[in-house]
Design a protein around this ligand. Structure first.
Ligand code: UN1
Length: 497
């Protein structure tokens, strides 16, 4: 282990070691011989130090004019453009997804940073008439203080940027704890912020496990907002912990996203969409297509076209530009995926392709699974209901459009859904009646853009949205201001008769 692989926490503008004196390794899931970095196994003390630095920095940062905060973010965004390839190469090494996709992940962070930098010159409130004479009414957004972020491994720089950039433009300071599988991307982002002049303490990073650090990240009295992306199980705990002290929480959790294919659909397009939605990012997106429901009249044809293509997907190291699907993130996730494949078989679904770990040669060094398709899946099965977060697609059939909508909604989650049809009436009806936060017509369930709200209904979220101007509502609070220039006491609701 060479020393230059050791990465430190970033606290108050300085790179410092954890007080624990312990570290953990970050290895390439496509080749576990490849050590990407060695990171600090931090403690509650480290987190507290970071939060206190953020609270101190907040005193000044909140007073920096928002357009000036925006100018700094523009510089950060420009720098991310310059570093895009280096960030993406490193990200494929630490996360495993194919290089085209990590370039997309970095691009998403670039888009979000420019978008929020521009908000520095907007951050619109409103002015509205008063019910009384000589009185002026307006609203302004005010920041909250310190925000804690607990971010996932599947979008190592995009999702951190969704949280950081709107928080910063609103005038908050932040502490981020990246996923232990992918801390290098966030460390890169910190370095860019440091070098582009973001003041000390405004952004801080502490690495380590959520189990060890979550409590301090949530319960420190200076923390006002907790933004979390991950499982519904952990999100529920975050929500409960925040509720005691009325801390705001923004939660993005599980999904069991569906693609509906009607009998009038362009099947080639629907197959392209299902393949990308189910096997892009090795199925490890919250928005991944994990249920495909097909009209019975086209089901056989669609299934055979899809299975043929799925079986031919090239699986391997994402650094190879010709590879189409990378590994699972780690041993634990590999085992989860393999166990769901066993569950599917036991429940009576038909395994149509894939269904096993890829072994031999270089595959033995990573966590590779074949793209897997089950047919004959019914609504009672666990593979229909539970989020797998891997390259496993469950196919079921329906007889009528009404049944398709009912099946689409038959889930505790509500992130993303899509319909393939040429019938505009059905497209609009599904758009209205499928209860999700994101909906696509003739496009897969993945591929959200940064200037539209991102998030889901039911057990996917808690009513907030990331990205777009919706994110500003998470990281600011409204203040309503009344300015009376009449020189007299005017009593609302009483003197306006
Ligand atoms: C996620 O699924 O965890 O919409 C985030 C998409 C990406 C972001 C996905 N832009 O698929």
């Amino acid at each position: 282990m060479s020393d230059n692989k050791v990465q430190k926490n970033f606290i108050n503008g300085k790179w410092i070691e954890s007080k624990s004196g312990q570290t953990f390794e970050n290895r390439n899931p496509a080749d576990t011989d490849d050590l990407v970095g060695v990171f600090q196994k931090s403690t509650a003390d480290d987190v507290n130090m970071a939060i206190e630095a953020a609270a101190q920095a907040y005193k000044k940062w909140r007073l920096v004019p928002a357009p000036k905060r925006g100018e700094l973010l523009f510089k950060v965004a420009d720098r991310l453009v310059q570093e895009k390839e280096a960030i993406s190469q490193q990200m494929t090494r630490e996360m495993g997804k194919v290089i085209k996709e990590t370039r997309g992940d970095t691009q998403e962070a670039i888009d979000m940073t420019y978008y929020m930098a521009g908000e520095g010159r907007r951050l619109f409130g409103m002015t509205t008439p008063s019910e009384m004479a000589n009185k002026f009414n307006m609203t302004i957004r005010q920041p909250l203080g310190v925000c804690s972020f607990i971010t996932p491994w599947n979008f190592p720089i995009a999702i951190p940027s969704w949280k950081m950039m709107p928080a910063l433009i609103c005038g908050n300071c932040i502490v981020i704890k990246p996923a232990t599988d992918t801390p290098a991307s966030v460390a890169y982002l910190m370095k860019v912020c440091e070098e582009e002049g973001v003041p000390p303490g405004v952004v801080n990073m502490v690495t380590g496990s959520g189990g060890a650090l979550g409590d301090s990240l949530i319960n420190h009295p200076a923390v006002k907002v907790v933004s979390f992306t991950g499982s519904t199980e952990v999100g529920r705990k975050v929500s409960e912990a925040c509720s005691t002290n009325f801390k705001h929480s923004c939660l993005e959790m599980g999904g069991k996203n569906v693609q509906i294919v009607m009998d009038d659909a362009d099947l080639d397009l629907a197959v392209d969409g299902a393949l990308w939605g189910a096997f892009g990012t090795t199925g490890q997106r919250c928005t991944a297509t994990s249920r495909l429901i097909v009209h019975k009249d086209v089901a056989d044809k669609m299934t055979s076209m899809l299975v043929d293509r799925a079986a031919k997907l090239k699986v391997g190291s994402g650094l190879d530009e010709t590879v189409e699907m990378g590994p699972c993130i780690n041993q634990g996730q590999l085992e989860t995926v393999l166990s769901y494949i066993e569950i599917g078989k036991k429940e009576g679904a038909s395994l149509t392709t894939g269904g096993e770990r890829l072994t031999g040669g270089d595959y033995d060094k990573g966590f590779f699974v074949k793209p897997t398709v089950f047919t004959g899946v019914t609504q009672k099965m666990r593979i229909w209901k539970e989020e797998i977060f891997g390259p496993v697609l469950s196919i079921a059939t329906f007889d009528s459009f009404e049944q398709a909508v009912e099946m689409a909604n038959d889930t505790v989650y509500g992130l993303s859904a899509s319909i393939y049809t040429r019938d505009v009436n059905k497209a609009y009806t599904a758009m209205r009646d499928v209860y999700t936060g994101i909906f696509y017509v003739n496009a897969p369930t993945i591929g959200a853009e940064t200037h539209l709200p991102f998030g889901g209904t039911k057990e996917t979220g808690n009513g907030h949205r990331e990205a777009a101007t919706a994110a500003l509502d998470v990281f600011s609070e409204w203040k309503s201001i009344y300015v009376d220039f009449s020189g007299t006491l005017q009593r609302a609701q009483i003197d306006n008769a």
